[in-house]
Design a protein around this ligand. Structure first.
Ligand SMILES: [Zn+2]
Length: 233
């Protein structure tokens, strides 16, 4: 428990220091980023689930899932960039990235294939697919991580699940699971996880997932977990 809080604290401190020193010029930023103990060989592919015509789930306040996914993903991209990682977004606007198809189902399949193409064409990729959960019973809450059946994915998911549970002060009764029936997860060869950040059907959690400060905390936990995973492997 303490290890995670320290890790998150360390990375948050690094970010604050970078922002602080940025006022005195980019050289200070470069020095800090180059000396922070982070692995940067990997390219972080950040995949905001759904988009455009495919909004995904609908929250208890009537907002489409794709909007939460994009907000969180853009913050995550900025944080990874700030720490010196290469990043690649599958989408950075409210669009579906299909290239063909007439019906919504065909467009959705084309969109998923495009996402697979982006991942497979990126060298040294690590995929973080960002989604939100919903359930008919509004009591359910908590972040949960699902991993692809590829080398390193389970270890990455364990780091993420633990970081999210600790950082977001959640009950800890959720464990990461192998992904089942998710097209993107089944068609990649790099380490990859799908992060369900929380339940849009739970009013308290939905309010948090909309809150910029909570989104920042969530992204800090994800960034710290990925950095920890990379330094352990
Ligand atoms: Zn989704």
């Amino acid at each position: 428990m303490r290890k995670w809080k320290l890790s998150v604290f360390f990375y948050c401190l690094t970010i604050v220091a970078v922002l602080f020193l940025a006022q005195w010029g980019s050289r200070a930023v470069t020095v800090i980023v180059q000396n922070s103990p982070l692995e940067r060989e990997r390219c972080m592919i950040i995949d905001p689930g759904h988009g455009g015509e495919d909004g995904g789930a609908i929250s208890c306040t009537g907002i489409v899932e794709s909007a939460y996914n994009l907000d969180i993903s853009l913050r995550l991209r900025d944080l990874f960039r700030l720490l010196g990682y290469d990043t690649q977004m599958t989408r950075s606007r409210d669009v579906s990235i299909y290239t063909k198809g007439e019906t919504l189902a065909q467009k959705k399949m084309s969109d998923l294939k495009e996402r697979v193409r982006i991942v497979s064409e990126t060298e040294n990729a690590l995929l973080l697919s960002i989604h939100q959960n919903t359930f008919s019973d509004s009591r359910y809450s908590g972040a949960q991580v699902f991993y692809a059946d590829t080398d390193g994915s389970e270890a990455l998911a364990k780091q993420l699940q633990s970081a999210l549970t600790e950082t977001l002060s959640q009950s800890g009764n959720r464990t990461c699971k192998k992904s089942s029936g998710v097209y993107l997860m089944e068609h990649i060869s790099c380490p990859g996880v799908l992060i369900e950040c929380g339940f849009l059907s739970n009013p308290q959690e939905e309010a948090k997932l909309r809150d910029p400060d909570y989104q920042k905390l969530l992204c800090c936990a994800i960034t710290a977990a990925v950095s920890q995973y990379l330094s352990d492997t």
